[in-house]
Ligand binder design. Structure first.
Ligand code: FAD
Length: 387
């Protein structure tokens, strides 16, 4: 799909090419098996790290590439167009745990955790959700109690992307007292490593899509976390998480666009090859209109995303535009993959052809990092906040 609408710099073009080459060489040959067998291949982390894909937004001083958001998203779309499971790993790692440590961490935490994360030696995860706290994340119940120079954490975190494989987990827990709840201001963020006593991995989710990405529950059973591993100020953890999700949503939008673009490209090719009534189905106007609408929505989603990412790189607040980008791109991914299956007919409904997987992978983009309903709430709230 043409990028003509968004003029890429030389650096962005080079990054796009490098991500595309990497995805075709190192991901594409394994993607179907990862999906079929629901396996996460840890070796991909080291390979991505070696090329800098896991430290794209981290300054060079901490071993990252120090790139702008647009360049990062260009690379992310290329990875997502080949495999959305690898893309979610890349998005979460680059947008959430690393950015939280970079923005709010102490110098010691940056040296100890951020540097190896930037090099891809440590994989990061983000643990906000719980079994009973999803959209209403501020109602989370994992409790952290101060005990000398440690906090003791007890609770269950849910849906943690890469949870079983992460080396560094940014987890949100309550530091307010059960007798004096402070709502969102009663939550703190902790840097957790799997070797801490009391940490264990719970169930692995058996998902519809993104099956090459592992999603786990994490169990904290009197997990002892040094006070030095609290991120920033006590009581500010929910604010840190929400600010980071503004960036995370740009990553999910790029992932969605990658999925949609792949479905569009497969559909364009298939419609030219598949013949019915003596001619390629692309000759039928009904099919042309579908392709036209698919291409238009992909282009519009990408244009909005790069406008939002540029605003972020200029230092503007992007809460509303981040939500708009994620909402539009994820609904585009779901709609475009649905239309792609229609264009493929019966062949779209079987695993032998690629659009079936894209359709399954697309659905979660409307759910995680805030459902479409939550994005609409954020967008509407900002309208009133500004008026
Ligand atoms: C594959 C996958 C990976 C994930 N990775 C992570 C991760 O790495 N870290 C993490 O912390 N979380 C992760 N999540 C969790 C994800 O962010 C939540 O699933 C999501 O926020 C929705 O929460 P929920 O599933 O509890 O749904 P619920 O909040 O129970 O929502 C159910 C339905 O009710 C709607 N709803 C809820 N409240 C409102 C409202 N006020 N107005 C209108 N509609 C409403 C929702 O939109 C939805 O349609 C992941 C989820 C999945 C599926």
């Amino acid at each position: 799909m043409s990028w003509a609408l968004i003029p890429l710099t030389e650096e962005q073009r080079a990054m796009q090419e490098s991500a595309r080459d990497f995805a075709l060489a190192e991901i594409a040959p394994h993607s179907d098996r990862w999906d079929r067998e629901s396996v996460f291949d840890r070796s991909i982390v080291g390979k991505m790290g070696a090329l800098g894909f896991l430290g794209m937004l981290i300054p060079e001083a901490y071993d990252g590439l120090g790139l702008d958001t647009c360049t990062y998203l260009v690379a992310l779309e290329e990875i997502a167009a080949v495999d959305a499971s690898v893309a979610v790993l890349m998005s979460v790692h680059n947008s959430l745990p690393t950015q939280m440590i970079l923005r709010y961490g102490s110098e010691e935490q940056k040296q100890k955790y951020l540097r190896p994360m930037a090099r891809g030696e440590y994989l990061g995860a983000f643990a906000l959700s719980e079994p009973d706290a999803g959209s209403d994340a501020a109602s989370l119940r994992t409790q952290a109690v101060r005990d000398g120079d440690h906090y003791v954490l007890t609770g269950v975190k849910a849906w943690v992307t890469s949870g079983a494989h992460a080396d560094v987990i940014l987890a949100m827990a309550r530091t307010d007292s059960p007798n004096d709840r402070k709502g969102a201001r009663g939550i703190s963020t902790f840097i957790i490593t799997p070797d801490m006593p009391g940490f264990s991995v719970g169930k692995k989710e058996d998902k519809m899509g993104l099956r090459g990405s592992e999603t786990n529950q994490l169990v904290f059973d009197e997990l002892r976390v040094p006070v030095a591993n609290r991120l920033g100020q006590e009581g500010m953890g929910f604010v840190y998480a929400m600010q980071s999700l503004d960036n995370g949503r740009l990553g999910i939008a790029a992932q969605s666009i990658g999925i949609a673009r792949a479905a569009l490209e497969h559909s364009v090719r298939y419609a030219a090859e598949r013949k019915q009534f003596g001619k390629p189905i692309k000759e039928f106007q009904a099919v042309q209109f579908k392709l036209a609408d698919m291409a238009t929505r992909v282009a519009a989603s990408r244009a909005l995303l790069y406008a939002a990412a540029s605003a972020k790189d200029r230092g503007q607040p992007i809460t509303q535009f981040g939500s708009m980008s994620k909402l539009m791109a994820s609904e585009t991914a779901m709609w475009v993959t649905t239309e792609a299956i229609q264009i493929f007919g019966g062949y779209g409904y079987v695993k032998e052809y690629p659009v079936e997987k894209l359709f399954r992978d697309a659905k979660v983009t409307e759910i995680y990092e805030g459902t479409s309903e939550i994005q609409r709430i954020v967008i509407a709230r900002e309208l009133y906040a500004r008026s």
